[in-house]
Design a binder for this molecule. Structure first.
Ligand code: GLU
Length: 306
């Protein structure tokens, strides 16, 4: 029997209230520290096009690392398995912006969702497209059917001005020959990509191809073949929620990608995508309320991959 999504979202909305305000904003990007911590939105996009949403689900927020999923999908669709010669597929066991692992793994990042791996993906896109940042934006506009989606220039500038760790990682990888373009150009593209804003409703729609074997349900456009779509979901499950992917799988049980803007996109294969946003982060950088909301979602709907 199909779950009553509307009623379940109402229940979750009530249940998260005591947690709202907990966690920390991503203050290391100064512009993100200005976002009101009490915001909460959630949207379910079913593959038949039905949308259910609650709270601030129509408000746009900074996607940050959630965009790594779309950049990877774009690079994977163009370059295929060639990307795996430059980035791994294992959980890192380290924070998303850690430098130490790169040293002993000789400039090959553990996976495409930690910052170093995402910088390699941005480098691949920088080689492939005249303007890699625009290529990712246009890809996401197409997937969400929202031509108005855009960069947040203030957030992009704010991250660019403080991108010391990411620049260090990029230089380091260039030292190992695993970054082909100019470091500043790659960092520019990366910061702009991370600044893209979307609402939960838009994000859930944009990710829906992941729930349907790589094909966008509402347009029929094949973004990825079945097999790469399966592999992307596997990477989300094992590496998509920072150094907490094990705990996230235990609690939520869905492939997901989070970002330090407080957004999480989760995939219910064959059924729906779920986007949640609440900017207070837990110690690992995942939305504290968002993770709890997804945990309750899979409990109440009995829809997890396990
Ligand atoms: N733009 C952020 C950074 O590189 C993204 C981090 C994230 O959302 O995980 O620090």
């Amino acid at each position: 029997m199909r779950p009553d999504y509307a009623a379940i979202l109402e229940t979750i909305h009530a249940e998260v209230q005591p947690l709202i305000g907990q966690g920390e904003l991503a203050g290391y990007i100064p512009e993100l520290a200005k976002v009101p911590i009490e915001r909460f939105g959630m949207a379910v996009y079913r593959l038949d096009g039905t949308v259910h949403s609650i709270g601030d689900a129509a408000a746009r927020f900074s996607l940050q690392s959630v965009t790594k999923l779309f950049a990877l999908a774009l690079a994977f669709s163009r370059e295929g398995d060639a990307i795996w010669s430059r980035v791994g597929r294992e959980p890192s066991g380290n924070p998303f912006n850690s430098l130490v692992q790169l040293e002993y793994e000789r400039g090959i990042p553990r996976n495409p969702f930690i910052n170093a791996g995402a910088l390699v993906i941005t480098d691949i896109l920088t080689s492939r497209f005249v303007q890699a940042d625009l290529a990712v934006l246009q890809f996401m506009q197409m997937l969400s059917n929202e031509p108005g989606i855009d960069f947040d220039q203030a957030v992009a500038r704010s991250e660019r001005a403080t991108a010391h760790r990411n620049s260090a990682m990029a230089h380091f990888m260039k030292g190992f020959g695993n970054l082909h373009n100019d470091v500043d150009r790659v960092i520019d593209n990366y910061c702009r990509q991370c600044s893209i804003t979307m609402s939960c409703v838009e994000l859930a729609r944009a990710g829906s191809f992941l729930a349907q074997h790589g094909t966008v349900p509402w347009s029929g456009v094949k973004v990825l073949e079945r097999s790469p779509a399966k592999r992307l979901n596997a990477l989300m499950l094992t590496c998509g929620t920072y150094d907490a992917a094990g705990d996230f799988a235990y609690r939520v049980g869905l492939p997901a990608k989070s970002g330090v803007g407080g957004g999480i996109l989760a995939v219910v294969p064959g059924e729906a995508t779920v986007a949640v946003w609440s900017p207070g982060l837990d110690a690992n950088g995942n939305s504290l309320v968002g993770t709890y909301a997804l945990e309750r979602f899979t409990d109440l709907t009995a829809q997890s991959i396990f």
